[in-house]
Design a binder for this molecule. Sequence first.
Ligand code: MTE
Ligand code: MO
Length: 524
Amino acid sequence: MPSTRMPVRAWLWSAVSGLVGGASFLAAAELVALLVARGASPVLAVGSFIVDVVPQPLKEFAIAAFGEHDKIVLLIGIGLAVAIAAAIAGILQYLRAPLGVAAFVLAGILATAATVTRAGASALSALPPVIGTVAGSIVLMLLVNRLRRWMVSAPAGDVSVSAAVDSRGMDRRGFFRFGAVAATAAVIVGVGARAVSAASSSLGAIREELALPEPRATVTIPEGASFDIDGLSPLITPNADFYRVDTALTVPTVDPSTWRLVVDGMVDERVELSFDDLLGMGLDEYAVTLTCVSNEVGGGLVGNAVWLGVPIRDVLARAGVQGEADMVLSRSVDGYTASTPLTSLVDEGIDAILAVGMNGEPLPVEHGFPVRMVVPGLYGYVSATKWVTELTVTTFAEDEAYWTPRGYSARAPIKFSSRIDTPRTGSPVGAGTVPIAGMAWAQTVGISRVEVSVDDGPWQQATVSTPINDDTWVQWYLEWDAEPGTHYIAVRAVDRDGDVQTQERAPIAPDGSSGWQRVLVTVE
Ligand SMILES: Nc1nc2c(c(=O)[nH]1)N[C@H]1C(S)=C(S)[C@@H](COP(=O)(O)O)O[C@H]1N2
Ligand SMILES: [Mo]
């Protein structure tokens, strides 16, 4: 700590230390926001918070004075205020440690309050400002410590001893070296993270404006395809409720104008398609129920959508598949791969598609925008590659996919199954006539019957909805005369091949769960 007068350069460099600490704070926060909590960027959260709390007359004044630039002016204003506050924190840390760190912690608390109270905040929203505070405080502390060492070894007045000059030079270099590294890292990380966030939000705008061609053939929902029963899943899963499973830490951003699909491997001719090339092949609608291998019996990792797309067999035909091939390894822009049996992709009877639309809109970004695969009858991990950019025609002997060395089968047809949606364990129902209802699926084969057993009594046949096609799930229900007490309800399906859903329990690895769902319900 400086004992007497503080030299001018101590003021200057402690203020700079504060700025570098502040920049590290924001850069770390931006990076964490980008990775785990989009939208929890402290600067933007504080900005929206200010917009929300600023009194109406002041807002009107800002709009009158700055017009459409009011948001920019606000952000520049916040930037200046943050810079001044950070510089002051640096000086405080130099004068009386740990006052500067305390100022950073206070700023962190305010920023956390702003990010966690934002609309759409999640449990992770606190993480960016908290980690920013930690990173900024550490940089501030280390930098000011080095500055202090430099200043102590360089007392005001003349220095005649050469040893003092040496150590002064070293301490000075230590300060500048650390400061330069921290400042450079903060700028690169901060600007980079912000740029990626901004790019991905402009992708949202590109997606919004994308007008897909009308389908040549649409899906017709037949009469009697769905029942109106409280608690029963809808026949078509809304995009917002559709389960999402992938290995992507951040959602890949792929601009349709630069997207390319390469078809290569064991083909007569390598083919490359643009998004417009793909649309030009003609789009049709296909209703297909997707299922994840990680779906436990009775679980929710299954959803049904009307997809808009192009048959994969048409795309493969352009390249000309060679005889010995038996698999297509599809690759996503993020490196994910899936191994799909060639037969599932080229069979005339199977509607395997490259999908660009989902339930009447372009694919949502997290469901694979702009192009993904959808293959009826196979679990998603071996067939439903999102953000797909490459189809390599190959063999199972030659190549393996992402999950294959990680404990899952290279081939994985969906095990047909059934699920009880209502009534539920933990939600008691009143005595009297109660509908027992749920979903059942046997993609590519179709469901022929669903049976329900109460308290291990005889299997009773449920009423099954009219299927859209054999690739989609159906709804089913049974009117139950519920008597007070607790009861077990079990369900099993029978597919159109006449096979009965197996009672034998299997875990999700290596190729999907099996068994009957059996729920305990309370009747009051
Ligand atoms: N690029 C990519 N595609 C992927 C995956 C992935 O991890 N990365 N996961 C697959 C799995 S396991 C499933 S079940 C489906 C899920 O698709 P959804 O998230 O649209 O429901 O996507 C498949 N496609
Ligand atoms: Mo999955």
